[in-house]
Design a protein around this ligand. Structure first.
Ligand code: HEM
Length: 338
């Protein structure tokens, strides 16, 4: 009893403002915590939710593919995925740099008028002719696949579905994840160069493969934002390498300086070493909202690949109502039907 009494007095809280015994203290803390949690919930709902990244999963995607179907070509073109895979493999084996190019082509298609193959239309003033599209590649791969598919199942498979599937297979071929693709995208009839400029200038984890023209990098190397010096957020050794590699704007350099041909988490490790080549890539690591995610993904290869697959399903399910309502199955991916 004496011991308990001593402990009770030793741990009695004494401060200048108030004096409390332990039970009173505990109750007070409990009440304060409760009130704080009520306010915190409100705060989190309003503020925090807009800054913290929610990691989606496949279950969240059930609504995105309402207009699309996994079985669309089961009867009308049963080997469509086989044809596309074999063709992509043939091209990528000959030229591995085509794999990232196909993935990027899909991205540029889907962010303008949804995934409707508008990026493939080849006429004056089309998206493809815009300055934003000048380093896009891989068009010939899609044309080749389309020609083969037209022989087997004419007027059946849209160019938008072909591009979507080719981008997936290209990713798989360089070690990336596989994701299921529902079909039924229509090919749009409209493609405007000025709309290609809305392709965001941000960053993406797809930059674990592929390359960039030095044009997108040179501003970081010498007179960054008028400072007469390089971008201070660039790793000094990497800076020297880039200065040697990027003498001309038209040269190209790998987006992932360590493992450019493999779809892996090295991209995130590079960010930790200040080796993100596009400033928008490096921002992923310097922004406190995305840094924990970038850090986590660097150690979790399977999570990264899984999340990438989820994001690609979302991206390739973007459909624009007008493009779809007035859309068609093009005979040649470069031109609308007449
Ligand atoms: C959010 C904004 C994004 C920005 C600002 C961006 C920016 C860029 C830039 C500047 C290049 C180099 C282009 C050049 O100069 O040749 C590039 C290449 C690339 N981007 Fe992005 N990108 C973004 C998102 C994405 C997304 C979402 C994907 C894929 C889903 C993607 C996949 C690629 C790939 C694979 C390459 C390499 C292409 C090749 O080697 O031919 N990017 N990106």
């Amino acid at each position: 009893m004496r011991i308990i009494h001593t402990i009770y007095h030793r741990y009695t809280i004494n401060c200048n403002l108030f004096t409390m015994k332990i039970p009173t203290f505990i109750i007070t803390i409990f009440i304060i915590s409760f009130i704080a949690s009520v306010f915190a919930d409100d705060y989190l709902a309003n503020e925090y939710s807009s800054t913290v990244l929610k990691v989606p999963n496949m279950a969240d995607l059930s609504a995105v593919d309402d207009d699309l179907s996994y079985s669309l070509y089961h009867e009308s073109c049963p080997d469509v995925e086989g044809i596309i895979y074999r063709k992509v493999k043939e091209w990528v084996t000959k030229d591995p740099t085509l794999a990232p190019s196909l993935l990027r082509l899909q991205y540029h298609d889907c962010v303008v008028r949804g995934c409707d193959a508008s990026i493939l239309l080849d006429h004056e003033g089309s998206e493809r002719s815009s300055n934003m599209s000048k380093s896009l590649r891989g068009f010939e791969v899609i044309d080749d696949i389309k020609a083969e598919i037209e022989k087997k199942c004419p007027k059946t498979v849209s160019c938008a579905d072909i591009l979507t599937t080719a981008a997936r297979d290209a990713t798989v071929l360089v070690g990336g994840p596989y994701w299921m693709i529902p079909f039924g995208r229509k090919d749009g009839r409209v493609s405007l160069a000025k709309e290609a400029t809305i392709v965001p200038k941000g960053s993406e984890s797809a930059h674990t493969i592929g390359r960039t023209t030095c044009e997108s990098v040179q501003h970081r190397l010498y007179d960054y934002k008028g400072t007469k010096g390089p971008d201070p957020s660039l790793n000094p050794k990497y800076l020297n390498y880039l200065r040697r590699k990027c003498r001309w704007a038209s040269e190209t350099v790998s987006l992932d300086g360590e493992t450019p041909n493999t779809f892996d988490t090295q991209y995130y490790h590079n960010l930790k070493k200040s080796m993100g080549i596009l400033s928008t890539d490096q921002l992923l690591y310097s922004d406190s909202r995305t840094k924990p995610v970038a850090n986590g993904l660097s150690f979790e290869s399977s999570l990264f690949k899984n999340q990438f697959g989820v994001s690609m399903v979302k991206l390739s399910s973007i459909l624009d109502l007008t493009s779809q309502d007035e859309g068609e199955i093009r005979g040649d991916c470069k031109y609308v039907n007449h």
